[in-house]
Design a protein around this ligand. Structure first.
Ligand SMILES: Nc1ncnc2c1ncn2[C@@H]1O[C@H](COP(=O)(O)OP(=O)(O)OP(=O)(O)O)[C@@H](O)[C@H]1O
Length: 293
């Protein structure tokens, strides 16, 4: 469903240029429930904003279904955002209108897009476990309940792709678990492709695949060994290691990212030696006794 190849995003502010994505590659299949994990500033939100049509890429390839987000016109982008993609943010205030009821909030995007469907709006609120609170005003709901309303809203226009930026960032563990269960159900029952961006390692154990981003590039990938097994201890890498197998990501040119800790531990800086013994490849610090002549 999603293909990014050599994706680049450069932010230009006055004289400073920030390269937020530097040739990122990622492939996400239709029907996946996956997470993108990375430290602050690694480029996660930038990627999500590009996939959501909120920001434009600088270069590279980015396709979502039939849409080419590099070449898309502004008019097509409006249509893309309305028809294909739903968004959930950590701070749900920007999705919600506090003086309207939960139901009215879900109906609002339906009205704006001309697809008003009260029965579906109610069904969505049932799905997120708010069947008995749908007539309450938003301001009468807790933060966790509001976040669940935001999930219902994001699905109002029946998007095929749901993008969630730190959806569990401002809720307690119990609510976070509930939100992730809702995602699992929506993914299984509606077949919505769901991409979650987070630095919350406990999310990792509850999705099929985790892609780690470092410095604006995909670095490694964790695939669930058994989709039903979820790490609940929230620890990285132990929790994810139990449920997932780790792979390093290689781009088409054969480039990979070696974790900084490994390089530091081996004192590798700038140059390394590489050996292939027929089965494995070994990267070592250059031998200081071997000087180039
Ligand atoms: N609008 C912008 N203008 C300039 N630089 C930006 C802008 N948005 C993001 N950046 C920079 O791009 C880099 C990647 O930012 P991004 O928000 O994508 O990271 P992130 O992984 O989502 O971080 P966090 O977890 O803290 O949200 C950072 O260095 C950030 O400062």
């Amino acid at each position: 469903m999603i293909t990014c190849e050599g994706l680049v995003k450069i932010y230009k502010t006055d004289e400073i240029e920030v390269v937020a994505l530097q040739g990122l590659n990622i492939q996400i299949d239709t029907g996946e429930l996956m997470a993108i994990i990375g430290n602050s500033g690694s480029g996660k939100s930038t990627l999500l904003n590009i996939l959501g049509g909120l920001d434009r890429p600088s270069a590279g390839q980015v396709k979502v279904g039939d849409w080419d987000l590099l070449k898309i016109t502004d008019k097509q982008l409006v249509e893309y955002k309305r028809s294909t993609v739903g968004f959930i943010w950590q701070n749900n205030a920007r999705n919600l209108i506090s003086y309207l009821s939960a139901l009215e909030n879900v109906e609002m995007p339906m009205m704006l897009s001309g697809n008003y469907d009260r029965a579906y709006a109610k069904q969505l609120l049932e799905w997120v476990g708010l069947g008995n609170r749908m007539h309450n005003r938003l301001q009468e709901l807790s933060g966790g309940e509001q976040q669940r309303v935001a999930i219902a809203i994001s699905l109002a226009n029946r998007p095929r792709l749901l993008l969630a930026d730190e959806p569990t960032g401002s809720v307690d563990t119990k609510t976070a678990d509930m939100i992730l269960s809702i995602f699992q159900r929506l993914n299984q029952e509606l077949g919505v492709t769901i991409v979650i961006v987070t630095h919350d390692m406990s999310v990792a154990g509850k999705v099929g695949r985790v892609v780690a981003i470092r410095d604006g590039m995909t670095s490694s990938e964790f695939i669930a060994r058994h989709p039903a097994v979820g790490a609940t201890d929230g620890h990285w890498p132990t929790g994810i290691a139990q449920a997932h197998e780790e792979f390093v990501v290689l781009d088409r040119a054969g480039r990979l990212q070696v974790p900084k800790e490994y390089l530091t531990a081996l004192g590798i800086n700038g140059k390394a030696t590489m050996e292939f013994d027929g089965e494995k490849i070994m990267i070592k610090a250059p031998n200081p006794n071997q000087t180039l002549k």
